[in-house]
Every structure is written in structure tokens, then in C-alpha cells.
Design a protein around this ligand. Structure first.
Ligand code: NAD
Ligand code: MG
Length: 403
């Protein structure tokens, strides 16, 4: 029996995780559920999974949840605040932590799980983008196990040798090929890109996801963040990570070996596959996913990414190559720009402009400690807010729309 903490349980990955877990009651027990402020969803999850702890970041929402839990006579301890997130990520009785909070907010609890030596099912890619060095060192030092949930990285993990130890050359790997759907606007005319609304940006052709990652997919920043994520997870230099546009999202990524072999992982686009893979690794369990029907798929297409249409992808490569605080800056500026776009304060095409201006404005400095990361994050957020306020004086960056 594995005991789980699910960070971000009310979100898209959280719900898919609980769906897989519910199929295997003899294998998994949920010990803690955590989210930001959706007490209605968290209460339903508490009633169904009876965790020992339920955490909401927001104090008022946690009070409402506690009242409902008491009225229903559930044996669930309700906690609130950022420290409580770290607490449930590092409980001694927890075996595995699903890290599925969105954005930089996931860093501290995910890092707490690494420092507690947990098995971490890592969906929160922003943790690796903003603090890759610190997080990987903490995981190594404390014996944490990292299993990628992002479908591309999960695919690469499956296509690499079983005991891959972070040396591409020693494993005969030439390159990692990350596939990208190309998002909703792959073929949209430029005139249409100027008018893109949050609703259009959030309607992904192949995947149903949270708002932030949906917008990131439509700008291709998601793929940029994933290039940086792959760098840290697989110790791969930028030149060994290539992006291939593959609109069907059936091949989730590939590994090219020096002998000419290319190994890929395929499947229907359903996050329950990588979640089930990571939960059960190295075994395999039923995930509730429709089996892939290759005859129905019929055609698999591939294209080079269009860096002019999607400057965010080039900005991410630039930040990865610059190193130090540059990826932290990229991530922070992107979070602010996406929140402003979702709040209809800036147009779609301004997202890469804000990020580029912030990258241009801030010097790259080395990252040795968590404080270095948090400082760079705060400075970049302020710089992005400054730029957005110029364009739109009413913007309040501290109120991004969340679930
Ligand atoms: P989502 O918006 O659907 O859910 C986010 C979750 O995080 C919610 O439970 C929310 O309450 C919680 N949260 C947000 N801010 C918080 C805070 N400050 N403190 C505590 N909890 C907070 O997002 P999602 O689509 O499930 O994505 C989650 C993470 O997984 C992201 O990092 C995303 O990049 C990654 N990911 C998602 C998918 C996908 O298919 N959805 C695929 C690959 C990777
Ligand atoms: Mg992905």
C-alpha cells in the first residue's frame, strides 16, 4: 500500500490522479489533499477519499471547508497556509507526492518533498524551470526519486535505458526529441493572433488542461519550459534537445540513439497514462485510458517549429543557454504576462514582448541558493508588472485568475 499526498488536487492533473487512484483502492491510500481555494471541490474529494489532511492555502476557504467537514462528521484535519502545504508534502508516513500545483507556487512544497526524500511525481514543471539546480541537488542529496508526469518527459523517461544515470553519451543517446502539438494557433493568420481571447487560448485541440498551461501551449512557452525541464531531468544540453511539431499528439516524445534507432512512446493524449506509469513504476497498472487505435489515427505528421510565430520557444532556449537566473526570470515574467492576458489586460501577442523585455532588462547572475532563486523571481515579477502597468494602468498583478 502506497500513501500519497496530492498537491493541486482540485486541478486537472489532480483530478486525473484521483481517477487513477480510485481504480486501485488496494494499492493506494490518499493521506493528504491540497489546493489553493476551491473548498467545494476539495470537500467532495475529502468525502470520497477520506484523507487524513486537507489543506487550502486560503484561510477563509479553509474555514469553510472545516465547517463542511465537521458537519459531515468526516475524520479529516483541515489546515491552511503555505507551511501546511510543505508539511503534508513531507509527512513521514507519505511514500509519494504528486506535485501538481501550477506555477511558482509549487516550488516550496515540491522542494519540501525532495528534502524529505520522497518519491515525487513531478507535474509542476515550473519548479524545475525556476530552480532546477537547487531542486535537483536537493533530490540527489536526500535520495528523492523523480518520476516525470509531463507527457513528453514521461515518454522520454520510458524511452531511455531503465537505469539511465544522467549521461546521454554513455547511454548512446544522440538527441531527445520533444513533440509539440503546435497549440491552437499553429496555422492561424497573423491578423487572428492579434485578436486571440483567453477563451480561444484555453481551448487546446488535443488536451484538457488548466488555464495557465493552456495559454502556455498556445504561445508554445509550454514547450520552451519543457525544454528547460528536460535539461534538468535528463542532464541534457540545449543542443541535444530538439522540438518537433506533431499535431496529433500521439507520439509523446522520442529518444534518438547513435546507432540510428529512435525509440518513442505513443498513446492517446490522456494524462492518466503518465500518471499511472509514475504511480506504479516499475510495474504497470490500468489507467482507464482508451487503447490507441492506430488505424483510426491513420496519419502522423511532423513539422519544424515556427520560431517567428512562437517567439516564446526561442526565448526559452535563450534563457537555458544563458543559465543562472535567466530561466527563473523567464518563468516569472511569463507567469505575470499570462495572468495579465487572462485578466484581459494585455493582448495575446504582448506575452512574448513582456518576457523578452524583462529578459533584456535584467542581468543574469549565478544561482547558488534558494534565496538567489526567490530574489530573481521577485525582481522579474516586479519588472514584468512595471511593463504591463505602462500598457494598462489598472492591472493588478497579484490577482491572477485561478481555478
Ligand atoms: P490547474 O490550474 O488545473 O490546477 C492547479 C492546481 O494548483 C489547483 O488544484 C490549484 O488549487 C492549485 N494551486 C494553484 N495555486 C496554488 C497555490 N498558490 N497554493 C496551493 N495550490 C495552488 O493546473 P493543471 O493543468 O492541473 O497543471 C498543474 C501543473 O501540472 C502545472 O505545473 C502544469 O504545467 C503541469 N502539467 C499539466 C498538464 C495537464 O495536462 N494539465 C500536463 C503536463 C504538466
Ligand atoms: Mg507536456
Amino acid at each position: 500500500m502506497q500513501h500519497l499526498t496530492i498537491l493541486g488536487s482540485t486541478g486537472s492533473i489532480g483530478a486525473s490522479t484521483l481517477d487513477v487512484v480510485a481504480r486501485h483502492p488496494a494499492r493506494y491510500r490518499v493521506l493528504a489533499l491540497a489546493a489553493q481555494r476551491r473548498d467545494d471541490i476539495l470537500f467532495e474529494q475529502c468525502a470520497r477519499f477520506l484523507p487524513r489532511y486537507a489543506v487550502l492555502l486560503d484561510g477563509d476557504a479553509a474555514d469553510r471547508l472545516a465547517q463542511k467537514v465537521a458537519a459531515a462528521d468526516l475524520d479529516v484535519r483541515v489546515l491552511s497556509g503555505a507551511d501546511a502545504l510543505e508539511h503534508v508534502a513531507s509527512l513521514p508516513e507519505v511514500d509519494a507526492v504528486m506535485a501538481a500545483i501550477v506555477g511558482a507556487a509549487g516550488l516550496r512544497p515540491t522542494l519540501a518533498a525532495a528534502r524529505a526524500g520522497k518519491k515525487i511525481l513531478l507535474a509542476n514543471k515550473e519548479t524545475l524551470v525556476m530552480a532546477g539546480r537547487i531542486f535537483m541537488e536537493a533530490a540527489r542529496q536526500h535520495g528523492a526519486t523523480l518520476l516525470p508526469i509531463d507527457s513528453e518527459h514521461n515518454a522520454v523517461f520510458q524511452a531511455l535505458p531503465r537505469n539511465y544515470a544522467g549521461d546521454l553519451a554513455a547511454s548512446g543517446v544522440r538527441r531527445i526529441l520533444l513533440t509539440a502539438s503546435g497549440g491552437s494557433f499553429r496555422n492561424a493568420p497573423w491578423s487572428a493572433l492579434r485578436e486571440v481571447t483567453p477563451e480561444q487560448a484555453c481551448a487546446h485541440p488535443n488536451w484538457v488542461m488548466g488555464q495557465k498551461i493552456s495559454v502556455d501551449s498556445s504561445t508554445m512557452m509550454n514547450k520552451g519550459l519543457e525544454v528547460i525541464e528536460a535539461h534538468w531531468l535528463f542532464n541534457a544540453p540545449a543542443d541535444a534537445i530538439e522540438v518537433v511539431v506533431h499535431p496529433q499528439s500521439v507520439i509523446h516524445s522520442l529518444v534518438q540513439y547513435v546507432d540510428g534507432s529512435v525509440l518513442a512512446q505513443l498513446g492517446n493524449p490522456d494524462m492518466r497514462t503518465p500518471i499511472a506509469h509514475a504511480l506504479a513504476y516499475p510495474e504497470r497498472i490500468e489507467a482507464g485510458v482508451e487503447p490507441l487505435d492506430l488505424i483510426k489515427v491513420a496519419t502522423l505528421n511532423f513539422e519544424a517549429p515556427d520560431f517567428a510565430r512562437f517567439p516564446c520557444l526561442a526565448l526559452a532556449y535563450r534563457a537555458l543557454r544563458a543559465g543562472g537566473t535567466a530561466p527563473t526570470t523567464l518563468n516569472a515574467a511569463n507567469e505575470i504576462a499570462v495572468a495579465a492576458f487572462l485578466d484581459r489586460k494585455i493582448p495575446f501577442l504582448a506575452i512574448p514582448q513582456v518576457i523578452e523585455q524583462v529578459l533584456d532588462a535584467l542581468a543574469v547572475t549565478p544561482v547558488d541558493t534558494l534565496e538567489d532563486v526567490l530574489n530573481a523571481d521577485a525582481v522579474a515579477r516586479a519588472a514584468a508588472c512595471d511593463r504591463i502597468r505602462c500598457a494598462s494602468p489598472s492591472f493588478t498583478p497579484l490577482s491572477p485568475r485561478q481555478l
